[in-house]
Design a protein around this ligand. Structure first.
Ligand SMILES: Cc1cc2nc3c(=O)[nH]c(=O)nc-3n(C[C@H](O)[C@H](O)[C@H](O)COP(=O)(O)O)c2cc1C
Length: 224
């Protein structure tokens, strides 16, 4: 049986809203989301979405409430997420959300024997990309990514940086050769986006496709 577990890591690259949206879509698809956030991810979230992550110990309901609050915040409304509520409403009860501390190596996701359908790092900083490319494994995000590579399970990295140095390009090549999917936050414009929310959903849709999670985030090319 395919596992319903999906690991989501948020690191300190720009684009916190992608992660918020992705987690909501995974929960709506009744997945069990195992979430890990880096310290820098919290800094970026505060800067971009003017909110703080709850404490890891705050529990599932506090994290769900925070996700819901962000999507109904003035910033999210300005970006057009209110129009998404009709087609992809936020369901506060769907799925399961488990939050793990960045230093908690006793979490199941640190071991290959814990089955998952895959892992996504969204957004993925250049620092985390480098740690994965070199096998550093100095926090739970790096370790879980290492595990997904060694177990040959889907690992999707959504890096964000521009321009890119040779070191960063080589790190992307290296993780790609090791089996990861490098899926940058590069939305297309051929679907005539009307809002920031449309651009965000374009990328989240591609992540879901790579995790084999069904969604209705956007109309597929070639489908009327
Ligand atoms: C507001 C803000 C935006 C940032 N944007 C990026 C970015 O787009 N890409 C990136 O690689 N790092 C970015 N950084 C720097 C990373 O957060 C930093 O390199 C950090 O060490 C990454 O650590 P982590 O991988 O453990 O999250 C940003 C930092 C801040 C505060």
């Amino acid at each position: 049986m395919t596992s319903q577990n999906v690991v989501v890591a948020i690191t300190g690259a720009s684009g916190s809203i992608y992660a918020v949206r992705l987690i909501s879509v995974l929960l709506a698809a009744n997945r069990t989301v195992h979430l890990v956030t880096s310290g820098a991810a919290g800094q970026v979230m505060r800067r971009e979405l003017e909110c703080d992550f709850p404490a890891v110990s705050a529990g599932e309901s506090a994290w769900r409430a925070a996700l819901q609050k962000i999507q109904q915040s003035p910033i999210a409304l300005k970006w057009g997420f209110d129009t998404k509520q009709a087609s992809t409403p936020f369901d506060p009860n769907a799925g399961i959300l488990k939050v793990h501390g960045i230093g908690d190596y006793s979490a199941g996701i640190a071991s290959g024997s814990f089955l998952t359908a895959g892992m996504v790092i969204c957004p993925c900083s250049m620092g985390t990309l480098s740690a994965i490319a070199t096998g550093g494994s100095t926090n739970l995000i790096h370790r879980a990514a290492d595990v997904h590579l060694k177990e040959r399970r889907p690992l999707v990295l959504m890096p964000r940086e521009t321009p890119l140095s040779v070191i960063q390009l080589e790190n992307m090549t290296r993780v790609s050769q090791a089996g990861a999917t490098v899926l940058p936050s590069m939305p297309g414009f051929y679907h005539q986006p009307q809002s920031v929310a449309d651009l965000v959903d374009f990328v989240v849709a591609r992540i879901c496709d790579h995790l084999h999670v069904p969604h209705t985030l956007m109309q597929r090319w070639g489908e009327a």
